[in-house]
Structures are given as structure tokens and as C-alpha cells.
Design a protein around this ligand. Structure first.
Ligand code: CUA
Length: 434
């Protein structure tokens, strides 16, 4: 089923499944469309009004049980087969794949940010080895985005304040576009990323070359947060219980709630329970946990959940396999000297060009052309010279000095790009001086 609907080659097993389902529905629908329309035209001609036939009386037909049964039964079977087939494919695509590598994905106006288990980050580039399954945990920082991989025929909404998930089966090497498929603002059409599926050997070799990412893995960050946030006052890791359930009790288990219903302790349940602990209280425990909304950022919650998963043992084997180690930072290695060329590439990979044009044309933010060295008027009065210090500050903390007349929407890049990258970006911006 390659190239069905011009959406590209079969790059994953989900591609073939979805294409076959669509083909089935299309062919069956087409058959009935032609049958019904064909009979309509045929009867319209055959029983058309003829001259001199006006007097003929219409036959008195009161109904036919046989016919009615047939025309109820056949469409019911056809529609039920659509549902059944569709449901089987849906179930297969949504069923968790054991041993999947977790990657957190955040949608933001107007870029995708990928966060790997080793704590490293990348923007608009998702690198995975061919073979093993990957679990994406999707959320949004602002409005609803939709994570769409046409080559895999997969699409999933990214909703602020909620986790959604998507399982990938990267079977075939290559580079595939990822698009945002939900209108999310002026630069929606530029919100794109690349899915780069590498041969496992090449992936491992590429990973080898990377330095270990600075800082802690995601689970280690989560451990520090759990200790710092006072969680352990009420939750023991294992052994004798304190006020709340033990944290090491097993991610993914079914828990019985105070209201008698059950829920699976998955990412979304844990996220909700950290932000809104009273929403779903585990049976037998007092509803006394405070909310951590405001004290733990969405990124922090992602780290805490990675830690809780590591406690349950489910993820243990993952530390040796998958994307964990040092995926990323290829383009921002910082080994080479800061150069305008690299800065130019960074403006593409970091998604800057979604909002800033390099050629003076108007987009959401000020154009890069002629920006360096210029006097800019600031929102709220005052002026600033767009020198190195100003650009550095505006990339790290865009909200500090917003240029007058532009919306205050740029995300912070603080901690997301290295010093070298910052320098490279600035040296590139210098070359665009008018
Ligand atoms: Cu994000 Cu459209």
C-alpha cells in the first residue's frame, strides 16, 4: 500500500494498517454509491413520465417485510464491519508496547520540543533508532496543537493541562516530516519538525560521538524534585506506608478510588494527581495532599513521573537501550568555533524562522534583517540597542524587553541552548546587518 492517498511511502506498520482500512471503507462505499446512484438513474429513465400514460393507476404497494429486512440488515452489517475493522486497527495502534522508550513532547507556539529520558532536549528534531517502539507523551504549553506524522498515518492532539500518548513503531529508516495539524495561530503553518529514524548501529555510533548530556537524567531530576518537594513526608518509597500510597508501588497498576471506580496509574493519572490531588483519591487514604500547581512546572512533573516509573522497575532495562543516552545536541555540539554559518542553521532547527524572517519580511516577531545594532523601542516605553547583550537576554528571557508592537509570545530558550549556540546565533544575526 505504498503511496496510498499520496501521503508517502509505508514507513511504519501503522501506515499499512490505516491505508488498508481506508481502502476497504472506500471500496465498499464506492460499490454502494454506484449501486444506489445507478439504480436511481436507471429507474428515473425506465419509469419516466410518458405521453398518454397519465391515466395509468399507481400500483397499491403496502410494504414488503422481506425487502425491508434485507435493506436494514445489509447496511447494518456493512456499517458494523467498518466499526469492527476500524476498532481492531485503533486497538492495535493504541495498545501500549512493552519496553517502549519514553519521550516527552511539548507543543508551543510554534515549535515542538522533545525531552529524552537522559534529560537532553531537542527542538523540532526527533531522533530514534529503527526497531524498538517509542512512546510519546504529548502536552502543550499554550493552545491545542496536533502532532501529525503523515508517513505513519498517526495524529494526536496536544492539549494544555493534559497528557496524551502516541506509540511509534519506527520500522524504516529515513527522515519524515512532523506537522502541526491544528490551527494554533499565525505561524501554525511553519510549526514543523523532523522524525529521523536511524539504523540502530548508526544511531548507536552517532550517540557515542555525543558527549554525555550535562546534568542529570530525567529520572534523576525527578528524584531530586520528589525529595525537595516534601513528597516523602507522606509517601514512602516502599515498605511501611505513611499517610499516602507508596511511590514504588508500581506505575501502571490499577487503583481503586474512594468513589468505587478504578483507574490505571498512568502518566495522565499521576499528572492529574500532582496538580489536582482531590480529583481522584485512592481508596483508604485521606484527601489531604496539597496541589503542586505553581510549585512544579509541567517539565518538573514529567521528570517526577519518569522517576516514579523507574521505581516501579518497568523502565529499568531502558537505561541501557533506546534513545536514552545523549540523543541530541548534534547541531549544537559547540565543538566548532562559533560561526555565523552554524547560527544560520540554528535559526532553522530551533524554529526561530517560524516567527522571525531573515529577509525583512513581516512575521510574528521582528525580522532578523537589520536587527543587530539597531535602536528598538520597547513595550512600556524606553529604548534599547539591539547589541550582543540585548540579543542574549532576548533569547534567554524574551519577556524581559519586548519590542514595541510585537506580541509577547516568544518562548524562553534559557537552558535549552548552549553558550556556544547563543554566540553562533548572535554572530549570524550580525551578518544580517543592513
Ligand atoms: Cu501548532 Cu498548529
Amino acid at each position: 500500500m505504498a503511496n496510498a492517498y499520496a501521503l508517502g511511502e509505508a514507513a511504519s506498520r501503522t501506515t499499512g494498517q490505516v491505508d488498508a482500512l481506508f481502502l476497504f471503507i472506500t471500496v465498499v462505499s464506492l460499490f454502494f454509491f454506484l449501486l444506489v446512484e445507478g439504480l436511481l438513474i436507471y429507474f428515473a429513465i425506465k419509469y419516466r413520465r410518458r405521453k398518454g400514460a397519465e391515466a395509468a393507476e399507481t400500483p397499491d404497494i403496502r410494504g414488503s417485510l422481506f425487502l425491508e429486512t434485507v435493506w436494514i440488515l445489509i447496511p447494518t452489517i456493512v456499517v458494523a464491519s467498518f466499526f469492527y475493522y476500524g476498532y481492531m486497527v485503533f486497538r492495535d495502534i493504541r495498545t501500549p508496547s512493552p519496553g517502549a522508550t519514553d519521550i516527552h513532547v511539548v507543543g508551543r507556539q510554534w515549535l515542538f520540543e522533545f525531552r529524552y529520558p537522559d534529560g537532553s532536549l531537542s527542538i523540532n528534531e526527533l531522533r530514534v533508532p529503527a526497531g524498538g517502539p517509542v512512546k510519546l507523551i504529548l502536552s502543550s504549553d499554550d493552545v491545542i496543537h496536533s502532532f501529525y506524522i503523515p508517513a505513519y498515518r498517526l495524529k494526536q492532539d496536544m492539549v494544555p493541562g493534559q497528557y496524551t500518548t502516541l506509540y511509534l513503531h519506527p520500522d524504516k529508516e529515513g527522515t519524515y516530516p512532523i506537522l502541526c495539524a491544528e490551527y494554533c495561530g499565525v505561524a501554525h503553518s511553519t510549526m514543523r519538525a523532523d522524525l529521523i529514524v536511524m539504523e540502530p548501529g548508526a544511531f548507536a555510533a552517532w550517540r557515542e560521538k555525543k558527549e554525555a548530556p550535562a546534568g542529570l537524567s530525567l529520572a534523576e531530576q525527578g528524584k531530586a524534585l520528589v525529595e525537595k518537594s516534601g513528597c516523602l513526608g507522606c509517601h514512602a518509597l516502599e515498605g511501611k506506608e505513611k499517610v499516602g500510597p507508596n511511590l514504588g508501588q508500581g506505575f501502571g497498576r490499577k487503583v481503586l478510588l474512594a468513589d468505587g471506580t478504578t483507574v490505571t496509574a498512568d502518566e495522565e493519572y499521576l499528572r492529574e494527581s500532582i496538580y489536582d490531588p482531590k480529583a481522584k483519591v485512592v481508596k483508604g487514604y485521606p484527601a489531604v495532599m496539597p496541589t503542586f500547581k505553581g510549585s512544579l512546572s509541567p517539565d518538573d512533573v514529567g521528570a517526577v513521573i519518569a522517576y516514579l516509573k523507574s521505581l516501579s522497575g518497568e523502565k529499568e532495562q531502558d537505561t541501557e537501550k533506546g534513545v536514552e543516552k545523549a540523543v541530541e545536541k548534534e547541531e549544537r555540539e559547540g565543538k566548532e568555533a562559533p560561526s555565523a554559518h552554524k547560527g544560520k542553521e540554528l535559526t532553522e532547527t530551533l524554529g526561530c524562522l517560524g516567527c522571525h524572517s531573515p529577509d525583512g519580511s513581516a512575521r510574528v516577531g521582528p525580522s532578523f534583517q537589520g536587527l543587530f545594532g539597531r535602536q528598538v523601542e520597547l513595550e512600556g516605553g524606553g529604548k534599547a540597542t539591539a547589541d550582543e547583550a540585548y540579543l542574549r537576554e532576548s533569547i534567554n528571557e524574551p519577556k524581559a524587553k519586548v519590542v514595541k508592537g510585537y506580541p509577547n509570545v516568544m518562548p524562553e530558550f534559557k537552558g535549552k541552548i548552549s553558550e556556544e549556540d547563543l554566540s553562533a546565533l548572535i554572530s549570524y544575526l550580525k551578518t544580517l546587518k543592513r
